[in-house]
Design a protein around this ligand. Structure first.
Ligand code: ATP
Ligand code: MG
Length: 417
C-alpha cells in the first residue's frame, strides 16, 4: 500500500468542517478590517526565499523543499507566504492601487522539519500583510486582528509577546555587541549557535536548546541600542494596544526566525499547546519590498498556524455537515417519481440526498441518520397508489402524511426555504 509522505496529512471529513468554519471566521475578520484576498502559487523560484528569508536561517539552510525541475531551474515549495506576496505585489504593481494595501491569503506551506504535535511538513497558515504604512497604529491593528481571530475561534489564555528589533540605523551596533558576547561563549554553544554567532548572531537568541538559552540570559538587550525613532515607534504601538485593551508582555529577547523583520515583532502563544506553543507570529519588514526589487514601501504582517489554531480552538458541536432531507424511495418507480423533486430542491439550495441502490427501508433510514438528515421522506408502492408520502421528523420520530400533489410546497415550508 502506498502511504502519504511523512509529515503530510490528509484532512478528512469530520475535520474539514472545522477547517472551513475557522477559515470562514478568519475571512470575515480580514474583510471587516479592510483586507482583500490574494491567492498565490505554492511554487516559487528558490532565489526569492533565499533573498527574503535570509541565507543563514534555519528555514533556508535546512527546511526548504527545493528541487530542480525538468528544465533545471531551482524551485522551492513555499515555506512561508510573505515572500510570495511581496513578489506578487511588485510583479503586478499592486502598490499603485492604494497608498495602504491590505492583503490576506490562506493556504499550505512546506518545511522539512521533524513532525510532531503542532509541527508538520505541510502545514497551513492564515496570512495578513499591510504595505505602505509606517505608522505604529498599523502594527497595533495587525496584532489586534490576529488576536481577534484567535479569540473568536475560542482560543483561551493567549499570551502576546512583543519586542522591537530596531532598524538599520540602530541594529548593527546591537548585532556587533551580540557577536562579541557570543564570541566569548564560543566553546559552550551548540553547533548551530557557533555557526550563527558569526553569520547571523540574532538568530542564536532564537535557539530552542535550553543550554544555549541559559547562557543568553546575560546577552545584551536590543532595547539598550534602539534609536530614538525605534523607541518612539515601539511605545506608540504599545499605546494603541493599551487603548484597544489587548494585553501584551514585553519580551526583550524575542527574535524571529526570518531575517527580514525590523522594529515590531510579536508572537501569540497558547500555553495549552505544550512545546510548540506559538500559534501566531509576525512583525514589520520595512525594506523587504525594496530588497526584492520593488518600491521602498514598508510592510507589516502575521501568520496564524492553522493546525495549532485548531488545537486551541473551541468549536461548537454540530459543525458536522447535515442534510435537510433524505428521500427514501422504495423501488425504481418511486425513485423515478421522486428524482425531479430532489433535483428541484437541490437547485433551490437545500441539501437533499436519495438512494439509487434500491435498498431496504431499514437500510435507507440508517443512511439518513448517518447523513444527519432533519427529515426523511418515505415513498413506497403503497404511498404511490394512495398519492401520498410519509414525512418523518428524524429528531422527534413523528411522522405525517403529505399528499404527493402538494409535496414540494409542504417540504419547502417545513425546511424553511
Ligand atoms: P516555530 O518556532 O514553532 O518553529 P516559526 O518561527 O518557525 O515557528 P513562523 O515561520 O513564524 O514559525 O510561522 C508562523 C506560524 O506558523 C507559527 O507560529 C506556527 O503556528 C505555524 N508553523 C510554523 N511552522 C510550522 C510547522 N512545521 N507545522 C505547523 N505549523 C507551523
Ligand atoms: Mg520553525
Amino acid at each position: 500500500m502506498i502511504k502519504a509522505v511523512r509529515g503530510f496529512k490528509d484532512i478528512l471529513p469530520g475535520e474539514t468542517e472545522k477547517w472551513v468554519y475557522l477559515e470562514n471566521l478568519a475571512r470575515k475578520f480580514f474583510l471587516n478590517y479592510g483586507f482583500r484576498e490574494i491567492r498565490l502559487p505554492i511554487l516559487e523560484k528558490t532565489e526569492l526565499f533565499a533573498r527574503s528569508i535570509g541565507e543563514a536561517t534555519d528555514i533556508v539552510e535546512k527546511e526548504m523543499y527545493t528541487f530542480l525541475d525538468r528544465s533545471k531551474e531551482s524551485l522551492t515549495l513555499r515555506p512561508e507566504a510573505t515572500a510570495g506576496i511581496c513578489r506578487a505585489v511588485i510583479e503586478n504593481g499592486l502598490y499603485a492601487q492604494a497608498k495602504v494595501l491590505k492583503l490576506f491569503t490562506i493556504g499550505p506551506m512546506f518545511r522539512h522539519e521533524r513532525p510532531q504535535k503542532g509541527r508538520l511538513r505541510q502545514f497551513h497558515q492564515l496570512n495578513a500583510e499591510v504595505f505602505g504604512s509606517q505608522a505604529p497604529g498599523t502594527d497595533a491593528e495587525i496584532i489586534t486582528l490576529a488576536f481577534d481571530i484567535l479569540e473568536a475561534g475560542g482560543a483561551k489564555n493567549l499570551r502576546l509577546e512583543i519586542n522591537s528589533l530596531g532598524c538599520p540605523a540602530c541594529r548593527p551596533a546591537f548585532r556587533q555587541a551580540l557577536r562579541d558576547f557570543l564570541a566569548k561563549l564560543k566553546d559552550k554553544l551548540c553547533e548551530d549557535c557557533r555557526r550563527r554567532a558569526e553569520r547571523n548572531p540574532l538568530r542564536a537568541l532564537d535557539c530552542k536548546k535550553e543550554s544555549c538559552q541559559a547562557l543568553y540570559a546575560e546577552a545584551p538587550l536590543i532595547e539598550e541600542f534602539w534609536c530614538e525613532a525605534c523607541r518612539e515607534h515601539f511605545s506608540r504601538v504599545l499605546g494603541d494596544l493599551e487603548t484597544l485593551e489587548v494585553p501584551y508582555v514585553k519580551n526583550p529577547r524575542l527574535v524571529r526566525g526570518l531575517d527580514y523583520y525590523v522594529r515590531t515583532t510579536f508572537e501569540i502563544k497558547a500555553p495549552d499547546l505544550g512545546a510548540q506553543d506559538t500559534v501566531a507570529a509576525g512583525g514589520r519588514y520595512d525594506g523587504l519590498l525594496k530588497a526584492l526589487g520593488g518600491p521602498d514601501l514598508p510592510g507589516v504582517g502575521f501568520a496564524i498556524g492553522m493546525e495549532r489554531f485548531l488545537l486551541v480552538a473551541d468549536l461548537k458541536e454540530g459543525l458536522a455537515a447535515r442534510i435537510d432531507l433524505f428521500v427514501a424511495a422504495l423501488g425504481d418507480v418511486a425513485r423515478q417519481k421522486m428524482l425531479p423533486l430532489v433535483h428541484r430542491l437541490r437547485k433551490l439550495g437545500l441539501a437533499v440526498d436519495l438512494d439509487h441502490e434500491g435498498r431496504s427501508l431499514k437500510a435507507q433510514l440508517k443512511q439518513a441518520n448517518r447523513l444527519g438528515a432533519r427529515y426523511t421522506l418515505i415513498v413506497g408502492e403503497n404511498e404511490l397508489r394512495e398519492k401520498k408520502a410519509l414525512l418523518r421528523d428524524m429528531e422527534s420520530g413523528s411522522q405525517e402524511e403529505i399528499s404527493l400533489e402538494a409535496l414540494e410546497e409542504a417540504l419547502l415550508k417545513r425546511l424553511g426555504s
